[in-house]
Design a protein around this ligand. Structure first.
Ligand code: SF4
Ligand code: SF4
Length: 468
């Protein structure tokens, strides 16, 4: 299969061996049949063709069906445990996924997770480590809300519990996302225990118009004061442990967000869009939503020099990292193997980019329900935790996963994005409708075109990426 970039360069993608290589125009002339001359490139082209190149044969992968044992293994080795410590928040942001604009969540009851859940959960985990030892050196415990600092008691209890447990001490780091309003109150404890903190803030004061409290007040100045307090009191901690997360919408701009955080705090924030899953009010969502990708492309076209310092957060940069991790552009080994007739083997592989349940995180809701991921909404619970017990249905989790990816598996088998796919079958609201040979090929072409044009991005990724 030939992939052409918008800069006019051509590549061959050989699906049987996942080989991608540059095709010089001298060879491409023969692919097209536009040259009859029988010189050096003619011979080369026909030699490659005889060996199976330039033919649209399909990959013969077998899609792996996961079992309950796979899920259990991932659970016991999970890199991250997320406790929803409260469903209450001291802000009432207009676009909040638990607010009026969405319908895929249950009613919020201003609950707090009881601190006894910590022992109950880790007793189960560490007891099972006797059968399947965990080799993880670092487990992240994250506190999720609502506003997690409204249940500081739980957070403090977790740290004390971990410090008193031989199997956990020294293996755990902590993180949470906060609106920043209560940071001044608990700062010393958070610094002492090296918490990684992500502060949600949409830019300057006007950009935070949707982030109001229950009385309709924008609390930007208090949050900013807290951030300045951290930076003044603990500059090194601020440098390493504090990051920002902004949402792009119709009350701010991408350039405004980036410039605000860079000039005010010397940071490049993470930027997201409004959540597209579970929307109740489509009109309001449509009015507020802005596309990060479109804005970035526009900005890059208008002022490429000013945007170059922000390149690492662009969707194309990130997709290129995933792409280059799995596609060795500068290593022709796969092509050589194919050329010398070492038959391509049938691989057994997972379809889509959906993670095996619990391989990225275990998410425990405030009511003790255990779910695969916080992005999926409230309905998909696969277990329950309480003060004294935990019950997990590994089979149900495996079935949910297998059913979800089976919608895609046929398409995945012929897809050029297969090795670096980032489609999650559980959260993809298109249910695979946008996956087609043409759209997937065009996304590879976009990445290649981007890397051809931005040689600095290419070399940054190459220097920092291990190719799998
Ligand atoms: S969004 Fe999908 S792939 Fe990502 S962690 Fe959640 S379930 Fe896994
Ligand atoms: S982009 Fe779609 S078809 Fe391609 S591998 Fe991912 S899920 Fe499968």
């Amino acid at each position: 299969m030939i992939i052409e970039t918008k800069n006019g360069y051509k590549y061959i993608w050989q699906s049987q061996v996942d080989y991608l290589g540059y095709v010089p125009s001298e060879i491409y002339n023969y692919v097209e049949g536009s040259l009859a001359e029988k010189g050096y490139y003619y011979k080369k082209f026909h030699y490659l063709k005889e060996k199976g190149f330039f033919q649209n044969s399909l990959r013969r992968n077998k899609i792996y069906i996961i079992s309950d044992d796979d899920v259990k293994r991932e659970f016991l080795n999970t890199p991250q445990i997320v406790f929803e410590v409260t469903d209450f928040c001291n802000l009432n942001c207009k676009y909040c996924g638990y607010g009026d604009m969405y319908e895929n969540h249950g009613k919020r009851h201003s609950k707090k997770m009881p601190k006894e859940y910590v022992k109950s959960f880790f007793d189960y985990l560490t007891k099972n480590w006797n059968d399947i030892p965990s080799s993880r050196d670092n487990i992240v415990i994250s506190f999720y809300g609502g506003e997690p600092l409204l249940n500081f008691e739980f957070i403090k209890h977790t740290v004390m519990y971990v410090n008193g447990n031989n199997q956990l001490r020294g293996r755990v780091t902590y993180s949470f996302t906060t609106n920043g309003l209560l940071l001044n109150k608990y700062l010393d404890f958070l610094v002492e225990n090296n918490f990684n903190i992500l502060i949600s803030l949409d830019g300057d004061e006007i950009s935070n118009d949707y982030r109001q409290d229950w009385k309709g007040r924008v609390r930007f100045q208090e949050i900013r004061n807290n951030i300045i307090l951290i930076r003044t009191k603990f500059p090194e901690y601020f440098e390493h442990n504090i990051n920002f997360n902004a949402v792009l919408h119709d009350k701010n701009t991408l350039k405004g967000i980036l410039d605000y955080f860079y000039s005010e705090f010397g940071k490049i924030p993470m930027i997201g869009e409004l959540t597209p899953i579970g929307i109740k009010n489509q009109d309001e969502y449509g009015k507020m939503r802005r596309s990060f990708y479109k804005e970035f492309v526009r900005l890059e076209e208008n002022s490429p020099a000013a945007m170059s310092k922000y390149r690492t957060i662009t969707p194309l940069f990130r997709e290129s990292v995933r792409f280059l991790k799995t596609t060795p552009l500068l290593c022709y080994e796969r092509g050589f193997r194919y050329l010398f007739n070492a038959k391509s083997k049938t691989k057994t592989a997972l379809a889509t980019g959906t993670c095996i349940p619990f391989s990225k995180k275990v998410f425990i809701r405030v009511d003790g329900k255990i779910t695969i991921c916080e992005k999926i909404g409230d309905s998909v619970s696969v277990g329950e935790l309480n003060e004294s017990n935990i019950d997990i249905d590994y089979r149900k989790a495996a079935e949910i996963y297998n059913k979800s990816v089976s919608r895609y598996s046929q398409k995945c088998n012929t897809c050029p994005r297969y090795d670096f796919c980032n489609v999650c079958g559980l959260t993809d609201i298109t249910r695979g409708r946008v996956c087609s040979p043409i759209s997937c090929l065009s996304s590879v072409s976009k990445i290649l075109g981007y890397l051809e044009k931005d040689s600095q991005a290419f070399s940054v990724i190459q220097r920092n990426t291990i190719t799998l």
